[in-house]
Each structure stands twice: as C-alpha cells, then as structure tokens.
Design a binder for this molecule. Structure first.
Ligand code: HAS
Ligand code: CU
Length: 538
C-alpha cells in the first residue's frame, strides 16, 4: 500500500512541476516578458504552454494525488487492508498508460485545445483516448474502495463507518456519477470524430456533456482537501472535530448536489432556455451550503485546538494555533484564501454578475484561489507528513516548508488579486495579451503584478520540490508518526442512521440529475445534427 500511494504521488508531483514550469511563462508574458521564443522547440506557442499548464495541474496533479491519497486514508480509517492491491496496481498502470498516451500529442502540439478541449477545436485521437483511460482508472479506484468497505462492513455490522472512510467513499461515489458526462462526450462525440469515423461534431452538446462533469470535478478536487481539514487538521491543531454528524451531512449534500448545476458555466451559451439556467443557478446556491457547514465546523474545530493551547478571546485564539507545524500552517493559509475563492464563486454563479466576469481574467483568478490554493496548498501541506511517512525519513527542513507555505500564500494574494482586477477591467482570459493590439492603459498598470505574484509562487513551488527531494535523498532522521485522525466532540454515535446509508442519497442524486439535465440532454441528443467540422488553429 505504501508503494502504491507513493507511485501515485510521484506522477502527481511530476505533473505539478510540469504545470508550474509552463505557468510561469504565461504570467511573465502578461507582465511583458515573452520567453516563448527561448523555449520554442519545446513549447511552440502561448496556447501550447497554456494547455500543458491546465492539463498537468488541474487534471493530472489533482487526480493522481487523490487516487493515491484517498485509498491510503480509507484503509487507515477502517484498519483493514485494501480489497485488492493487484487491482490497485492495475489501476495505477492503466491511468499512467492513459496519461502517457495523452501526453504524446499534448507535448507534440497536436492537442493544443486547453484543458476544456471544447470542439470544434480538434485534438489528436490519442489525447481523448488517453484521458478516457485515466477516467476509467478512477472508476477502478471506486470499485476497490467499495469492496474494501463491504468487507469491513461484513465484519462490523451495525457500526458507523469511520468518518474518513465515509468521506472518501462519498467523494468517489460522487465523482463516478459525475464522470459519466465526460465519458459520454469522449465515447460518443470526440473519439469517433477524431478518428474520422463521423464527419462532424456539435459544440453545444459537447459543452453540456463536458460541464456535466466539469463542475462536479471541482468538488472531486476539493473534497479530499476537506477530508484533511475535517479529520486530520483538528488533531494537528491539538483539538477535536466539532461535529461528526455535521461533517457527514456536508459530504452527503455534496454527493446529492454536486452534479446538477453545470449550466452555471454556460450562462452565455445559446440553445439552452434561460429557465433551465435559473434552475442551475439556484442549485449552485444550494451547493454553497455544505461549504458553509464546513467553514463553521472546521473553524470551530481549530478553535478547540487553539483554546486547549491557551488561546483566548473572540479572534485572538487564532494566533495560538501551532503555526510552527508546516503541514497545518499550509492548510490554514489555504483555508483563508479559499474564503475569497468561495465569495468569488458566488459572484460567478449569479447570472447577471457572471455576464461581467465570464471569459475574463477574473475566472483564472477564481480558479487559482480554489483549485490552485485550497486544493494545491492543502495537498502540499499533506505531503509534509505523507512523504516522510511513506519513505520513513523525516522532512528535510520544517523551516523551509514553513517559508514555502507563507510565500505561496503571499504570492497567491498578489497574483489572484491582479487577475480579479484585470477581469473587472475587461481583460480576457486565455489570451496572449502581450500580442493583443487592444490592451487598455488601465490593464497595463495591473499586468506587472501578475508577473510579480507568479515569481513568488514559483519560488515557493521550487522550495516545496527541493524539500521533498532532499527528504527522499538526504534526510537521515527517522520520520515522526503521521497525524492520527481527530476525535470528535460530537461523535458518530450522535449521527442518525440515515447518515450512514448510501442508497437514499444516491437515488436522490440520480433524481436531481434527471430533472436538471434530462430534458435538455434528451432534446439535444435527438435534434443535434453532427455537422460541425474540426479546426486546428495552432
Ligand atoms: Fe468555481 C468557474 C462557481 C468553488 C474551480 N471554478 C470555475 C473554474 C474552475 C473552478 C477551475 O457559478 C473555471 C472553469 C473554466 O475553465 O471555465 N465555484 C463556484 C461556486 C463555488 C465554486 C459557487 N470552483 C470552486 C472550487 C473549485 C472551483 C472549490 C476548485 C477546486 N466557478 C463557479 C462558476 C464558474 C466557476 C459559476 C463559471 C464562471 C464562468 O463564467 O466561466 C462554491 O463551491 C464555493 C464555496 C466555498 C465557500 C468557502 C468556504 C470556506 C471554507 C474555509 C473555512 C476556513 C477558514 C479558516 C476560513 C463557501 C470552508 C479560518 C481559520 C480560522 C481559524 C478563523
Ligand atoms: Cu462550476
């Protein structure tokens, strides 16, 4: 199990490094420093680099980290071995093979279609087939987790599923339902089209299927970070989880509500009645709620730790958190920035405000606070105990790790603030602004900050890699024990039995998806002629 988790982690971190290196180029380009001519044989254009950055960071880094981390958490929480280690390795190799297949056209500039791969941009078939294999691999993770849980259940009839395992299962159950959209998009539209088996495609149908998965995928990235915030961080802070039943409720709400709201990415798309967009907007406001529950529960838990360490006052206790622990510090800093990411998300979700920010630099501002900080900085914080645990070697330098977390926090404040401001001034996203003739004077004042922020972020990321590499190669001290799961002030026995059942919630999730997507998908599937030709614009 240790080696399996480690294998996933290595691929994840390698992808993060690739994404970081390509990301720097984009930001410096915005700040007026065009380095693309220097890397021309490797990266052919701004858009080639941008696609690499997006795919490696949001799709590969997250997915591989999660596919390694959650099975690790589950078997620890259930205190049983994984149902099948062989299935685990088969999953790893399937996902890695898919990744390598997709990487060939990606690196070779034959799949410069951004991480959203909207048709009629057309990539090489290997890109679509490779990504499909990665998704299929994640379903095998679900299978392994479910079987592990069933074996545990057989030996523990009537017992409440331990919270970390329950949350891991809920995360993968949610994702497995959500990923049906992208699987359909790949198998029905993109793969046959890229192979030349069908003559054309359709942008709207593809986008609907893409966002069916594309919104809930953000919770597939977020929930593993939440698992750490709920089940480990309170203990790392010296306290207890405030409420176990409330935590379960939050994850069940994510299971039910994550998928049926993808139209909030398509407010400006023609061909979908605005009434349906309104339904998805309201459901988006509903899925805000489990994050508010999380906010309350996690802050109360951290507070219990800080008070146990002598913290006083309404807010002053905050300083009494064990700030010297880099793993916890990274996660609390990630939480702080996530609050702003959440506020921005609400703005995005509001139909009329979305019209102001859609397709502007505001959106990358939002996504770097969420997946780029809440998720990534939390995962970095997790590696600070997980890598030592897996290798048996203590973290090379705790002080370097602390510096890394704070630098990342500071760099992201500068960077994301600049992007949000640029967006409100109308600067478009996904654009090589240095080459755009329409750059406004008021953008010019803000653009250098994009470069400054990213330079700080870049240093922080490199410090992270340096620390991990030195941990593996040069650290001699034995690793301390990994953090235990937090006990709860209000424990699992307070949770009503319905909170430990799957069928009612899965049925409810299916029903809501049917209502929110059924009529539109049916109409589009029946009426859409697949006639749009593919384009290669790079
Ligand atoms: Fe989003 C676009 C709406 C959350 C990622 N989002 C994106 C895109 C990405 C993304 C990648 O409605 C761009 C896609 C593309 O390329 O086009 N988003 C939301 C809403 C939420 C939200 C309502 N997004 C996320 C998360 C992401 C993510 C999470 C990744 C992990 N987003 C949108 C919309 C768009 C969008 C529209 C489309 C925009 C457009 O026009 O294209 C909510 O789920 C957010 C809820 C979050 C909160 C914050 C809770 C805070 C917590 C921390 C508490 C602890 C603290 C510690 C503060 C309510 C839990 C304090 C400590 C003490 C001790 C005091
Ligand atoms: Cu969304």
């Amino acid at each position: 199990m240790t080696r399996l988790t480690g294998a996933f982690l290595i691929v994840a971190l390698a992808a993060l490094l690739g994404g970081v290196l390509t990301g720097v180029l984009q930001a410096l380009e915005h700040a007026g420093l065009d380095l693309y001519p220097w890397v021309a044989p490797l990266i052919r254009s701004y858009y080639h680099g941008l696609t690499l950055h997006g795919v490696l960071n949001v799709l590969v880094w997250t997915t591989f980290f999660i596919a390694g981390f959650l099975p690790f958490i589950t078997v620890r929480a259930l205190d049983t071995p994984l149902f099948s280690l062989r299935l685990g390795w088969a999953t790893f190799w399937l996902m890695t093979a898919g990744l390598l297949l997709a990487a060939v056209p990606l690196v070779g500039n034959a799949a410069t279609v951004m991480f959203t791969f909207y048709p009629p941009l057309r990539a090489h078939w290997a890109f679509y087939v490779g990504l499909t294999l990665v998704v299929a691999g994640t379903w095998l993770v679900t299978l392994n987790l479910v079987m592990t849980w069933r074996l545990w259940r057989a030996g523990h009839p009537g017992a409440r599923t331990p919270l970390p395992a329950f949350m891991s299962l809920a995360t993968f159950a949610m994702w497995t339902i959500a990923s049906l959209g992208i699987a359909a998009e790949m198998l029905v539209l993109l793969v046959p089209w890229s192979l030349g088996l069908v003559a054309g495609t359709d942008a709207l149908l593809a986008r609907v299927l893409f966002w069916f998965t594309g919104h809930p995928i953000v919770y597939f990235w977020l929930l593993p970070a939440y698992i750490s915030w709920y089940t480990l961080a309170p203990r790392q802070a010296g306290g207890r989880l405030f409420s176990d039943p409330l935590a379960r409720t939050s994850f069940l709400l994510f299971l039910v509500l994550s998928t049926p709201l993808g139209f909030h990415h398509q407010y400006t798309d023609p061909g979908i009645h605005q009434g349906w967009k309104l339904v998805h907007a309201f459901l988006t406001f509903a899925v805000f709620f489990p994050s508010l529950l999380t906010f309350f529960n996690v802050v109360a838990s951290l507070e219990s730790g800080a008070r146990a360490r002598g913290g006083r006052g309404w807010f002053a206790w905050f300083r009494k958190l064990p700030w010297g622990d880099p793993s916890l510090a990274a996660q609390v800093l990630a939480m702080l920035l996530f609050t702003f990411g959440g506020v921005g998300g609400l703005i995005n979700a509001s139909y009329n405000l979305n019209l102001v920010v859609h397709n502007t630099a505001w959106i990358p501002g939002h996504l770097h606070l969420t997946v780029g900080t809440a998720v990534t900085l939390t995962f970095m914080g997790i590696t600070y105990w997980l890598v030592p645990h897996l290798t048996g070697r203590a973290l090379w330098s705790r002080r370097l790790a602390l510096a890394q977390a704070w630098l990342y926090f500071a760099g992201m404040i500068v960077f994301s603030n600049a992007l949000h401001r640029l967006g409100m001034l109308g600067a478009p996203r996904r654009t090589m602004l240095g080459a755009a003739p329409y750059v406004q004077p008021e953008w010019r004042a803000v653009l250098p900050l994009v470069g400054v922020g990213v330079t700080i972020l870049f240093v922080a990321a490199l410090l992270d890699f340096l620390n991990l590499v030195l941990t593996v190669t040069a650290s001699r001290a034995p690793a301390p024990a990994p953090p235990e799961f937090a006990e709860a002030l209000s424990g699992a026995d307070h949770a009503p039995a319905i909170l430990d059942r799957w069928r009612p919630w899965l049925a409810l999730a299916g029903l809501l998806i049917l209502i929110a997507y059924g009529p539109n998908l049916l109409r589009l599937a029946l009426t859409t002629p697949l006639i749009t030709p593919g384009f290669r614009v790079w």
